[in-house]
Design a protein around this ligand. Structure first.
Ligand code: SF4
Length: 212
């Protein structure tokens, strides 16, 4: 960690776009993780204005919904940007045999490799999403990846996200209109509120990329 890094909570008072602008000013090698969920749409809309030099990427797990690929293309065209797809090892239907290992190979490792060249990264976590995310700070030192992590929407409600999307005419994932509040890989995602549709029926609530 550099000697003059900020205190963990020194950006808590900033709004989402101000936070992104501050991140762009502080961290020249800023990476933005894009899941194509509603939070990612809102963040991308702010990133193109406040941090246009940031590297935007998605974890292309090879198990994305067709609608996720539609959202990928639509957002690229809408903002005239390229969203980089990063892929890890993809063993055939591994989610059936060992979902934790599947997430490790398709998400956790490629994320680690992608962030190795960054100073900071932006994610779309919100405190309201689950008990595991209730303490999410806007700025935190990511010990696992050894860089700064920013969650510009940490204090936003779901209604805040939808208000932003409507007010700014932001494209968003079609599955949100079909009962999916949270959207991951197709084998592990069902419709549902909050994150209840993720790994439904399994004792698993996170893929590991946001676990310290
Ligand atoms: S969410 Fe499911 S399909 Fe996607 S990487 Fe994890 S276990 Fe595999």
């Amino acid at each position: 960690m550099a000697a003059l890094e900020p205190a963990i909570d020194d950006l808590e008072h900033l709004g989402a776009q101000e936070l992104i602008a501050e991140a762009a000013a502080r961290y020249p090698r800023l990476a933005v993780a894009c899941s194509f969920q509603k939070e990612a749409s809102a963040i991308l809309d702010m990133v193109v204005r406040a941090a246009p030099a940031a590297r935007v990427f998605t974890l292309d797990t090879g198990a994305l919904f067709p609608e996720t690929r539609d959202a990928w293309r639509t957002l690229e065209e809408h903002y005239d940007i390229a969203i980089e797809g990063v892929r890890g090892e993809q063993l055939d239907r591994q989610w059936e045999r060992d979902p934790d290992r599947c997430c490790e190979l398709r998400k956790v490792r490629p994320l680690r490799e992608t962030l190795a060249g960054a100073d900071a990264w932006i994610a779309g976590l919100r405190r309201e999403q689950s008990p595991e995310r209730a303490d999410t700070p806007k700025l935190d030192w990511d010990r696992k990846h050894e860089l700064w992590k920013l969650n510009p929407l940490a204090d936003w409600t779901e209604a805040d996200v939808w208000r932003y999307i409507a007010a700014n005419d932001v494209p968003y994932h079609q599955l949100h209109d079909r009962g999916y509040a949270s959207i991951g890989c197709w084998p592990c995602t069902q419709p549902g509120d909050g994150r209840e549709g993720r790994w439904n029926g399994l004792d698993k609530v996170e893929c590991g990329i946001h676990v310290a």
